[in-house]
Structures are given as C-alpha cells and as structure tokens.
Ligand binder design. Structure first.
Ligand code: OAD
Length: 254
C-alpha cells in the first residue's frame, strides 16, 4: 500500500516506535503470545513497588534482557528510519521510542528520545541521590548492586509503571511543528506514548500507523487519530514507505 502523504523540504517529522519494531530483530514484545510479561506479573518486574519487594527478581528479569540484547542486531525497519532522518535532516526529525534496547542508535539514528529509559543504563533507586545514571552491561543475576554514593540498591534505568517518562519537554517541542507523525510497532496501550498521535494530529500533522495488528485503525474506529494504516511487519513496510516519502520529497513550502 502506498501513502497519500507527501513531505516538503523543511517539514518536521516525528516517529514513535514500540516493541514491534524490534520484533524482527528477535526482541520479545510485551503483550501477546510469547510476550515478555508472560510468566511475570507486571507489578513484580515493572513497578517501583515490585522492585522494593524483590529487587533480586527484578534484576534477574532485566539481566536476562541485557543478555538477550547482546545477540540482536537492528533490522530493516530501524535502518529505514535512519534513511528518513538523513533525508529530512537531523534537526527536522525526532524519533521517540518506547524501546529500551538501544537498537535505533545502534542502527545509526541520531535524534532519538528514549522515553522509557535504556536497558544499558543503571541508576540509584533513591530519589535524592546525586549519582548520575551510568552505562553498564553487567548482569546482576545473583546480587543486587548497591549505590557507591548512598548505599541504596541500584536499579535499571527503566521507566516503570507509575513513573514519569523521560524527555517530556523535548517530546512536547518535537510535536509542536510536526507535519508528519508515524507510529510503528506499538499496541497503543501505554500512556502517555499512546497520546502522541492525537497530540500531533491536533497540531495539524498527518498521522500514519504501521503495525502488525490493527489498533483502532481508520475505517474500524471512526475516532482513530491515524489517517492511514499500513498493516504488516515494520521491517517490511517501513523501507517502502520511507522510500516513497523520500522520492516524493517536494520543494520547501513558502
Ligand atoms: P506491545 O508489546 O504492547 O505492542 C507491540 C505491538 O507491535 C503489537 O500491537 C503488535 O501487533 C505489534 N507488532 C509485533 N510485531 C511487529 C512487527 N514485526 N512489525 C510491526 N508491528 C509488530 O509493545 P509497546 O506498545 O511498545 O514500557 O508497549 C509499550 C510499553 O509497554 C513498553 O515500552 C513497556 C511496556 O510496559 C516499559 O517498559 C516502561
């Protein structure tokens, strides 16, 4: 399916990605068969309360994810988004991701906002500790690491349920002038990421959804925030969609 939308030079493009974009790299999505939450309760491994109750269990869960991350590579969906950024220009492009796997950066995307944190970072669990989040790829399967500054348990630098997302101000700024918004590989179940499409649309952006399954697509849900729905795998759909957007890139609008 081709897109009816055209980009002009200078247009601001915002892309939101979710776990589906990394699925073809072999990273498990959260929901659905074989999903990451299977076998774990979300409260146990993705809330501050779960961490307080059993930090070792939480570290075992994220250590397994760090280990799995070591063996995966970006796929054609990630690479298509690199090409789109290069075509429209880094200052006109913003890639907001809910993914914590770092695959967009590994592929070569530059303007990336990791709103749910990063698997490759660790931070102190104490709210007022001066320790800055730091990069590490260690597995903590059998011990809970402790903060060298304040002695509290260290935790993965991941945004859990009930916590504020990162880069809120930068996300807001990117949406202000957005002309085209593309969401890819996300179930649209998690706030506030699931509001970004309607926020972009409210500011006049054209909105496109690329997803394996329909999530309130146009035609099914008359109130959908998406103008266009491309159903399929992002690694197969995004390269064609991006090619089309790039080859039809029009002159700057006056
Ligand atoms: P989900 O697992 O909720 O949804 C993934 C979506 O991707 C589903 O709608 C699938 O149909 C779709 N999908 C699967 N494979 C695909 C493929 N190859 N191409 C395109 N689409 C595909 O993941 P998210 O929406 O990212 O938060 O979940 C949002 C947040 O929920 C996550 O960031 C995580 C979790 O709580 C935190 O960890 C803070």
């Amino acid at each position: 399916m081709s897109t009816r939308f055209r980009l002009a030079k200078g247009d601001q493009v915002v892309v939101l990605t979710g776990a589906g974009v990394s699925a073809e790299s072999g990273v498990a999505t959260f929901r659905g068969t074989g999903g990451l939450w299977e076998g774990h309760s979300l409260e146990q491994v993705a809330t501050p309360q779960g961490f307080a109750a059993d930090p070792q269990l939480v570290w075992r869960f994220y250590s397994a994810r760090r280990k799995a991350r070591r063996t995966v590579e970006p796929n054609p969906g990630h690479r298509a988004l690199v090409a789109l950024e290069q075509a429209v220009g880094e200052d006109r492009f913003c890639l907001i991701t809910q993914n914590v796997d770092g695959l967009h950066t590994a592929a070569g995307s530059r303007h990336v906002l990791e709103m749910h944190g990063a698997l490759r970072r660790t931070r102190c669990s104490a709210a007022n500790c001066p320790l800055e989040p730091f990069e590490e790829d260690l597995l903590h399967e059998d011990e809970v690491p402790m903060c060298p500054r304040c002695g509290s348990p260290l935790r993965p630098d991941i945004v859990w349920f009930g916590e504020s997302v990162l880069h809120d101000a930068a996300i807001h700024k990117a949406l202000l002038k957005c002309r085209l918004f593309i969401a890819a590989g996300t179930s649209g179940t998690v706030y506030p990421a699931n509001q970004l499409g309607s926020r972009a649309k409210a500011r006049g952006a054209a909105t496109i959804l690329v997803n394996l399954e329909p999530i309130d697509p146009p035609g099914v849900d008359p109130d959908s925030e998406f103008d266009e729905f491309h159903q399929g795998r992002s690694g197969e759909i995004l390269p064609g969609l991006v090619d089309q957007l790039i080859s039809n890139l029009g002159p700057k609008e006056s």
